[in-house]
Design a binder for this molecule. Structure first.
Ligand code: ATP
Ligand code: MG
Length: 483
C-alpha cells in the first residue's frame, strides 16, 4: 500500500473558532475511511481544506506524493482528488442523462460538449457506462427535480466521479435517505466506487453505515482528531462515545418555562381531511386524513418520496390543494394566504433549512416575528436560547459560516419563534450527529412537556418514536396507518 493523501499539522481558524487544529492524517490506497464527529466538529472544513475549497492557515497536504497546497480546486480535481457536497449539486431542470453529459463536458474542459447536440456526442457511451455502473439507467430521462432523494445522491456522486478520482471525499452520502433504502444505495455506491478503483473518505453521521462500510474511522471534536483507529475499535473508544455518539441520556435538566402564549390559542387542533394535492398534474397526495390534537406530538412517517414534504407544504399554503379541508382550530387554512401562517402561530422547519445567507443566526430566528410584529419576541428568544443553549453560542455568526447541523438547529429555533400553536418539523434529525440527534429529542421532549402541538415528519422513526402520541404512516401519498 502507498499513501494517497498525507496531511500534517493542518490548521484553520475562523476568528475565534478553531475549525482545524493539528490535523495529521495519512490515507492509504484502497482504504475506506469514515469521518465522524458532532455537528460543527470540523469535518466539512477538513474536506474543504484538502480539496482546495479553503486555504489553510498552516500545514502540509500531499496528494500522490505531490504538494497540492495553493492549487486551485480544478487543478486538484484534475489530479484525481474529488469530492461531493452535503447538498447534492445536480441540475434540477436537466435530465439524469444531460446532467452526466455536462459533468463529462466540464471534466474534459473543452466546453464544446455543452454546445453540441447532446445525444450525438461521442461522450454518450461513457454516460451510458456510468448510468449502468450506478444503476440509474431507468431514470435517464427524469429531471433532477423529480428524482427520489436516494437516486439524486447517486447521480450527484456519479457526477463527481467522471474524472476517475483516485481519492473521493463524500460529505454525508446517506443524509436524507430513508432507513429502508440506505443500505441498497450504499451497496450500489460502494460497488461502483470499487470498480472505479477509488479510495474513499466519507463523512457520515449514521453509525450503521460506518460499521458496515468503513475500514477506519477518524473522529473529530472541536477541530481536532480525537481518534484514528479501525472501525470497531473506534466505536468503542471512550472519547468517541463521549463526544460523538453520546452516552445514555443523563437526567434532563428542568426545561425553562415558556413565555405566556398568545390569547386565543386554547384548544387547537390541526384537522386535515380528504386532502388531494397534485404537482404538475401528477397526483401526490390522495385523500389524506390527519389530525393533530392539541398538546400532542404526532409523527408523519414514510420513506422519501412518500409525500411528507408535500403534506407540510400544503398545510403551509405554499402548494395549492386540489380538494379537501385544512383547519387550524376553527380557522379554514385553505382560505388563508400562506404568509399569514406565522401570524396564526404556525412554525415550520423545512427539510432543507432555507436560511437567509446574509443574516446572522439570530436574525434568521427573528425573521418570522419581524413580519408578524409579535410583542413578546425577546422573551421568546430567551426561552429558545434556554431550550437550545448551543444556538445561543453562535447567535451572532453569519448563516453561511455555520456547519450543516448548526444551520439545522437555527431552522428549528426559527420555527419555535412563531410556532406558538403548531409546529411542523420536516426531518429535524437529518444530517444530525448522534449526540445532537439526542439533543433534538431532548428538546422535543421539553416541548412535549410544555404541551406544544407538534407534527414531525421522519423517514426513519428511530429518533422520535418514543415521544409520539400518534403515528401516521404515509405511503405513496396515502395514510396507510393511523389515519
Ligand atoms: N466560513 C466560516 N466562517 C466562520 N466559521 C466557520 C466557517 N466555516 C465553518 N465554520 C465553523 O467551523 C466549525 C467547523 O465547521 P464544519 O462545517 O467543518 O463542521 P462539520 O463537522 O462539517 O459539521 P456538520 O456535521 O454540522 O456539517 C464550526 O463551528 C463552524 O461554524
Ligand atoms: Mg459538515
Amino acid at each position: 500500500m502507498s499513501a494517497v493523501l498525507e496531511v500534517h499539522d493542518l490548521e484553520k481558524s475562523f476568528g475565534a473558532v478553531v475549525a482545524a487544529h493539528d490535523i495529521d492524517v495519512v490515507v492509504e490506497e484502497g482504504e475506506t475511511i469514515g469521518v465522524i464527529g458532532a455537528n460543527g466538529a470540523g469535518k466539512t472544513t477538513f474536506v474543504n481544506l484538502v480539496t482546495g475549497h479553503l486555504p489553510p492557515g498552516r500545514g502540509t497536504v500531499e496528494f500522490m506524493g505531490r504538494s497540492i497546497l495553493g492549487l486551485s480546486v480544478r487543478a486538484i480535481a484534475r489530479m484525481g482528488l474529488c469530492r461531493s457536497f452535503q447538498v447534492p449539486q445536480v441540475f434540477l431542470s436537466e435530465t439524469v442523462f444531460d446532467n452526466l453529459m455536462m459533468a463529462f463536458g466540464v471534466a474534459e474542459e473543452d466546453g464544446a460538449g455543452l454546445l453540441t447536440p447532446l445525444r450525438a456526442d461521442p461522450r454518450a457511451d461513457r454516460v451510458e457506462a456510468h448510468l449502468a455502473r450506478y444503476q440509474i439507467a431507468e431514470y435517464r430521462d427524469v429531471t433532477g427535480s423529480a428524482l427520489p432523494q436516494g437516486i439524486r445522491k447517486l447521480l450527484d456522486i456519479a457526477m463527481a466521479t467522471v474524472r476517475k478520482p483516485r481519492l473521493l471525499m463524500l460529505d454525508e452520502p446517506t443524509s436524507g435517505i430513508s432507513a429502508e433504502e440506505k443500505f441498497a444505495i450504499m451497496d450500489i455506491l460502494m460497488q461502483a466506487l470499487k470498480e472505479e478503483r477509488a479510495t474513499v473518505l466519507l463523512i457520515e453521521h449514521d453509525m450503521e453505515i460506518v460499521e458496515r462500510y468503513v475500514d477506519r474511522v477518524l473522529a473529530f471534536y472541536q477541530g481536532r482528531i480525537i481518534c484514528d483507529a479501525p472501525t470497531t475499535q473506534a466505536l468503542r473508544d471512550e472519547g468517541v462515545r463521549e463526544y460523538v455518539l453520546g452516552r445514555e441520556r443523563a437526567a434532563a435538566p428542568e426545561p425553562p418555562s415558556p413565555p405566556p402564549r398568545r390569547s386565543g390559542s386554547g384548544d387547537v387542533t390541526l384537522a386535515v381531511s380528504d386532502l388531494d394535492v397534485s404537482i404538475s398534474a401528477a397526483p401526490i397526495l390522495r385523500g389524506v386524513h390527519l389530525d393533530v390534537p392539541s398538546g400532542s406530538m404526532c409523527g408523519l412517517i414514510g420513506r422519501n418520496g412518500a409525500g411528507k414534504t408535500t403534506f407540510m407544504r400544503a398545510v403551509m399554503g405554499t402548494l395549492s390543494i386540489l380538494r379537501g379541508k385544512v383547519r387550524l382550530g376553527d380557522i379554514d387554512l385553505t382560505a388563508t394566504p400562506a404568509h399569514r401562517r406565522a401570524h396564526m402561530g404556525i412554525g415550520f422547519m423545512p427539510e432543507d433549512r432555507r436560511l437567509v445567507p446574509d443574516l446572522t443566526a439570530e436574525e434568521n430566528i427573528l425573521l418570522p416575528v419581524w413580519a408578524t410584529g409579535a410583542d413578546n419576541a425577546r422573551d421568546r428568544l430567551e426561552w429558545i436560547y434556554g431550550l437550545m443553549p448551543e444556538v445561543a453560542e453562535f447567535r451572532d455568526r453569519g448563516a453561511t459560516t455555520l456547519s450543516g447541523g448548526q444551520q439545522k438547529f437555527v431552522a428549528f429555533a426559527r420555527a419555535l419563534m412563531c410556532g406558538t400553536r403548531l409546529l411542523l418539523l420536516d426531518e429535524p434529525g437529518e444530517g444530525i450527529a448522534p449526540i445532537f440527534a439526542q439533543r433534538m429529542v431532548e428538546i422535543l421532549d421539553d416541548l412535549k412537556k410544555e404541551g406544544a402541538s407538534v407534527l414531525v415528519a421522519e423517514s426513519n422513526d428511530v429518533h422520535v418514536a418514543g415521544l409520539l402520541d400518534r403515528t401516521f404512516v404515509i405511503e405513496r401519498g396515502s395514510i396507510v396507518e393511523g389515519g
